[in-house]
Design a binder for this molecule. Structure first.
Ligand code: NAI
Length: 323
């Protein structure tokens, strides 16, 4: 039950303290290098490049293995990282990926203003999923799937590699939850801000934990805002970078430090929330083994209906690619 998590508001204007605590934990991690932590990044474009830079500069990883199908970009990213003067070992030998502690999969096409939804990228990114699955043969670490449609791709990567579901973490829920916090804050609503469901059109913002009843019309208004949040960034600057990259590095920190913190991530479901055959955003505890536990929260009828729709939608996407 969510009520087990104590609210920790410490000052006016501080809306989502859980997210802020996570960022503080990330910054506190800064002086402590996770010695011998090797981070692989498959696809070093906007997101992958920033993740490599942040993880290296914040001392989260002391070894990087970088891979991209565009050799000129890969070379440029390595040089740019080397020019920081940071003492991070950088390898571009893709065989070293399988020995990484964590592998971030961020290869493939991103949305632009003419690609309406993340799900529209399914076919375009199928080759990148297959290539990443081949690179991860014999991998014993934790995979963090970023490439969209992230939930379906996390499921496909898990089934194609045979990596246990605990070690396949889909990234997106932290970002959606941070955007939800902003939406609530702008309306003067304080409290928890967690978004379950699909990292896409079928997001499930959780309102039932708020002490104040949030009417359905307002819930739908906020949901519409959440669906459009990343497109505003994409239209303005070509793609999202800072938000996803910082949260991905934070997730990496949770794995490497065995943090056991509660966070929303996409996990392959086997009946949790009444859903199976896909990966979906749910509350999880993250540690060095990956997803240590999935929490099953009580949802109200609006939330449960949205969660069921998300499950049906992503399961259909997964079936399309498996077929
Ligand atoms: P980008 O275009 O800047 O970088 C993608 C990189 O992948 C490129 O450098 C490209 O050469 C490389 N690539 C493509 N196919 C490859 C393959 N088969 N093997 C290796 N490398 C390959 O795109 P960006 O903005 O970095 O986004 C990457 C992915 O992450 C997209 O699918 C995007 O939609 C997704 N994304 C997901 C988020 C989330 O919250 N889950 C947030 C932001 C982006």
């Amino acid at each position: 039950m969510l009520s087990a998590i104590p609210p920790t508001v410490t000052g006016p204007g501080l809306i989502n303290t859980i997210h802020q605590e996570m960022v503080v934990n990330l910054l506190l991690a800064y002086p402590y290098c996770y010695q011998m932590a090797r981070l692989a990044v498959v696809g070093v474009g906007r997101i992958g490049g920033e993740v490599a830079y942040l993880a290296s500069s914040m001392g989260i990883a002391n070894e990087l293995v970088l891979y991209d199908s565009a050799p000129e970009l890969l070379k440029a990213q390595v040089l740019d990282l080397q020019h920081t003067g940071l003492a991070t070992d950088i390898s571009t030998d893709k065989r070293a990926i399988r020995d990484a502690d964590v592998c971030v999969f961020s290869a493939g096409l991103a949305r632009n203003p003419s690609v309406k939804t993340r799900a529209d990228l399914l076919e375009a990114n199928a080759a990148a999923v297959n290539e990443c699955a081949a690179l991860l043969k014999g991998f014993n670490g934790i995979v963090i799937t970023v490439t969209n449609p992230m939930d379906a791709n996390n499921y496909l990567l898990c089934t194609r590699t045979g990596i246990p579901r605990e070690r396949c973490i889909g990234f997106g829920g932290q970002l959606d939850s941070a955007r939800f916090a902003l939406s609530l804050n702008s309306r003067g609503i304080t409290g928890f801000s967690f978004v379950l469901g699909e990292h896409g059109e079928h997001q499930v913002p959780i309102f039932s934990t708020h002490s104040r009843e949030i009417p359905i019309t307002l819930r739908e208004e906020i949901l519409t805002e959440l669906r459009g949040a990343s497109m505003d960034v994409i239209k303005g600057k070509g793609g999202t970078v800072f938000g996803p990259a910082l949260h991905i590095v934070n997730l990496t920190r949770m794995v490497l430090s065995n943090a056991r913190e509660l966070v929303i991530c996409s996990s392959v479901l086997e009946g949790e929330y009444g859903i199976a055959g896909c990966s979906l955003g749910v509350p999880v505890r993250i540690g060095k083994e990956g997803i240590r536990a999935i929490e099953e929260w009580h949802l109200d009828s609006w939330e449960q209906e949205k969660m069921d729709q998300a499950g049906t939608f992503v399961t259909d996407l997964c079936r399309r690619e498996v077929a």
